[in-house]
Design a protein around this ligand. Structure first.
Ligand code: FNR
Length: 349
């Protein structure tokens, strides 16, 4: 194992030793009994590959095209909040390290750093939004993201309510109010109508596209029929996610939901996936199963313990592992991985 791969495997142990308990609890938090969160990492290990041999794998290309935009690696940083709780440089460190690898960062609407400062790092970034009950309250934040150069908007749809942790001990101290939602107008949280929308529907995709002029991605889809409704309503991509097991416990693992979604809408829209992705081989398993891109939530946060250098090391370790996996599967590009899934019924695409 290379030093970077060993470091990657020990990411969580290292963060446990270093992070203050409330921050660690917040990052690792899982809904309910934690069944979905713990299954997520195991689920990728069930994927079986059928590698090619005798192919020229001297030169590799890890790049992918997402919504017409070239990114140099097929994994991106999923939206997460309270990055400044993990390291004082917060989103700026994540952005700088991700820009250096030519990767994509999805910035939470609840981020603690102004969008224009994140954009100033030169990172390619998309905005993720939670829409409030009163949609108009989100408009200033959306305008700030567009002005700062976000190139797509990701609507998270699996969060009509944030579940109450089942164990009191699981309730982490909340982040300082100033560490969240800095890109909204002052006093946003006290406004009537600032609660998360419980009536999201296909019309919201039109609304977002109109307000931002950006392609819309829907995050938090697990069913092919929902994916179909999103694409019919204009979504340019569907992001298969169970929110890292932080929302509804006992949801299906995303690796098991992915093939049916790809089969339903993969010909018309891009399909992304996240949840439990911890290694380069997980990334390749996901692209082999039809994902156009793979996102990581907790891993970049745990790497952020070491600031920009930590997130850079995460990207380096993943680059090394994905490159190795491509060579060992006889694939030169990410597109080549589409054919290397063993035809087990649960993972056939
Ligand atoms: C998240 N996630 C999340 N998702 C989102 O759409 N908006 C958000 O603001 C957040 N915030 C957030 C905070 C923290 C601490 C975590 C760990 C996660 C979910 C995230 O985008 C992603 O779906 C999961 O984290 C993916 O699972 P893994 O990679 O963490 O296993």
């Amino acid at each position: 194992m290379s030093p970077d791969a060993r470091w990657l495997a020990q990411l969580e142990d290292r963060a446990r030793a270093v992070l203050p308990a409330p921050v660690l609890d917040y990052v690792l938090q899982a809904a309910g009994d934690g069944i979905t969160a713990s299954e997520a990492t195991q689920a990728w290990r069930r994927v079986r590959l059928l590698p090619h041999v005798m192919r020229d794998v001297t030169e590799l290309d890890l790049g992918v095209s997402l919504l017409g935009q070239h990114v140099d690696v097929p994994w991106g940083v999923a939206p997460t909040t309270w990055q400044a709780g993990v390291h004082p440089d917060g989103e700026l460190a994540t952005a700088r390290a991700t820009a250096a690898v030519g990767g994509l960062m999805v910035v939470s609407s609840n981020a603690g750093t102004p969008f224009d400062r994140i954009a100033g790092t030169g990172v390619d970034w998309w905005l993720q939004v939670y829409l409030p009950a009163d949609r108009t309250l989100a408009e200033p934040m959306l305008a700030r993201a567009v002005a700062a150069g976000a190139t797509a908007v990701v609507l998270t749809v699996d969060t009509p309510v944030v579940p109450v942790p089942s164990q009191p001990a699981d309730t982490p101290d909340l982040p300082e109010p100033g560490a969240l939602r800095i890109n909204f107008d002052d006093g946003y949280d006290a406004e009537p109508g600032a609660d998360k929308a419980t009536d999201l529907g296909p019309h919201d995709l039109d609304w977002l596209a109109e307000r931002t002029g950006l392609p819309v991605v829907v995050k938090g889809v697990l069913r092919p029929d929902d994916a179909r409704r999103c694409v019919d309503a204009g979504a340019r991509a569907v992001w298969v996610s169970n929110h890292g097991g932080r929302q509804l416990d006992r949801t299906v693992a995303t690796v098991d939901a992915l093939p049916a979604v790809v089969a339903e809408v993969g010909g018309e829209a891009e399909v992304y996936v996240d949840g439990g992705v911890r290694s380069g081989l997980d990334v390749v398993a996901a692209t082999a199963a039809g994902a156009a891109a793979v996102f990581l939530g907790r891993s970049p946060l745990l790497a952020l313990v070491d600031g920009e250098a930590g997130v850079a090391r995460l990207h380096r370790a993943l680059t090394e592992q994905v490159s190795e996996a491509l060579r060992l599967t006889g694939c030169r590009t990410i597109a080549d991985t589409r054919g290397i899934l063993a035809a087990e019924p649960a993972h056939r695409v």
